[in-house]
Design a protein around this ligand. Sequence first.
Ligand code: CO
Ligand code: CO
Length: 345
Amino acid sequence: MDTQLTHHSRFGGCGAKINPGDLSDILCAIDVPENANVIVGLKGFDDAGVYRLNDELALVQTVDFFTPVVNDPYWFGQIAAANALSDIYAMGATPITALNIVCFSPKKFDIGLLREILRGGTDKLRDSEASLLGGHSVEDDEIKYGLAVTGVVNPQQMVRNEGAQPGDLLILTKPLGTGILISAMKGNRVSKETEEHLVTVMAALNRHASELMISAHAHAATDVTGFGLAGHLKEMIKENLGVEIYADKLPYFPESQELYAEGFLPSAFYTNRDFYTPFVEIDEEVACSRFLGDLLFDPQSSGGLLIALEEDSFDAFLREALRLSVDHWVIGRSTQGPKGTIRVR
Ligand code: CO
Ligand code: CO
């Protein structure tokens, strides 16, 4: 019986292994069924789909599951659930129900591991106050776990990944570097303290961050996951806006810098860097520190919210952030242009 969860994840646990360009080509070529009540559908590339029930109420739906990112099954369950719930929070919605998605082989692994994974997921769901209604499992030699989550939102209050205005502040609510640390953890190269810090951050719900952005009337938001900061910024600005990122303001797990230098990089990092480099302009001074520039391409697991906020709303945002104890870093600003470009300075 195996007990090392992560040794069996051939693809690592950071999502986004399919080239983001190929994925959008495939999806754009498919004629998807959508009626007039679909507010946010497949082609919006938003965090979750949104379907109008009436003028005040819309359903918000998302699904996310992945291979173990940590060896501890209880923590993995919590992280996978927090990650799945995050797409609901990124829309400014409230999760109400969830379904488990389980891939597991009782022949290969001790069933106790599955019990711990599900206990972790369920405890996290309880924190979100969503109800677990059921689920589906498939026998699979590679463990995978996650949730399909349904939420509700008032369509007028919903926060999309587009909608940022020139001059908006860009705020991030969790540090970067999880992809580097997860890949170093598989080589047992991460200190106990950093590992504890990392799992606590990844397992933290984006619930309060979501409440915070709604109360501050954020213009746009998304959660930073497999495509890294660069990929999710690009989704936010599309071809309508530019963005300026302050490299010295980027938050990251301190140990990720030295592990990056040792070469611990997940495969999705390279996919992201190849795909998004044409949209990123790194100023010369920043380019000297390859780490800060490359941090933009690090795939995140259960990352924080990236929020676009009018500067005038920032005082109110700060007061609420303090009240709700939400970590936050102002990492840049959206600009008039060059459109579609992420400038790092
Ligand atoms: Co998302
Ligand atoms: Co997702």
